[in-house]
Write a protein that binds this ligand. Sequence first.
Ligand code: NAP
Ligand code: ZN
Length: 347
Amino acid sequence: MIQAKGYAAQTPETDLAPWSFERREVGPHDIQIEIQYCGVCHSDLHQIKNDWFPGVFPMVPGHEIVGKIVKVGDHVKNFKVGDLAGIGCMVDSCQVCENCQEGLEQYCLEGNTQTYNNLDRSGVPTYGGYSNTIVAREEFVLHISDKLSLAATAPLLCAGITTYSPLRHWKVGKGHKLAVVGLGGLGHMAVKFGVAFGAEVTVLSTSASKEAAAKELGAHHFVVTTDKEQVKAVRNKFDFILDTVSAVHDIDMYQSMLRVNGVQIGVGVPPAKLEVAPFSLIGGRRSLAGSGIGGIQETQEMLDFCAEHNIVSDIELIDIKDITAAYERMLKGDVRYRFVIDIATLK
Ligand code: NAP
Ligand code: ZN
């Protein structure tokens, strides 16, 4: 076994703390990465707190992983030692069901294996990227360009693909009015992609203080959603709303901002059910949809698109010992726009 060290939550009630554990040996189809940076996703916080379902503890979070390959199995075809590589939210899936065959491993009919807080297909717990090393099968490892800042590339592995995929699926682009709800890790990537795809982008935020920064990211308009007049002014306005909110919120208010045939795409995963009034949908043939991360091929396409268009995340690099303070700031919406752990601080 490979000795690994990281930060783990031992229970949902305890803060993350240093923890040593084991990874499997590198099998014929596996790759071992020495992790250099790992992004901090709001999903990490949801999961260590059991917001969604009872988790697998001890839990080492982290699914925005980048680093250097230090070992490859004998049958690995597309990577070599020394390459930059990344791992996102999944490390395995059945590979044969109709969804996997279509490159939609995130919707694997047998369930994909999540990078952490999951049992792998042989029943062993998976541990994420708040750690110094990881082993995964080749099919779930991504090529990372050396053209971009490596630390700022890490959040593309989740925040990037989770916003890129629905915008591509619904073909959001020129001539569309796109609104992005919540200017956090996912939201700021949605703004960058929306602008890159040619849409007219509005940020719908609860934080008036983020207006100037939103415009710097390329957003064309900014609406403070706690201001009734501003909300009224954007009724029936948008073709698409990408909703990244992590807490329970008022779906009907956002639905009222959609034009006829408008689609609100939820990617945020609040800890409780969301309600919608039937009239919100019926009153404009509107839709409420959802989207989960993205498949492996599409994640590579997104990474290549970012390398070509010089798109990375806006990050604040942190020492791993400051992770609990970073979570507290994230909960308050006080992050511009993604914390990334410098794994060198784990030593
Ligand atoms: P984040 O950085 O904390 O951003 C969330 C933003 O939502 C906040 O910055 C805030 O923006 C806004 N917000 C928070 N509470 C709100 C409230 N009560 N009402 C309205 N807006 C509120 O989180 P993140 O990492 O981007 O993740 C966002 C959500 O996506 C999380 O639930 C996460 O688990 C989920 N997620 C889903 C997928 C998927 O595959 N679908 C993948 C990754 C993450 P403002 O200050 O601008 O209002
Ligand atoms: Zn995530």
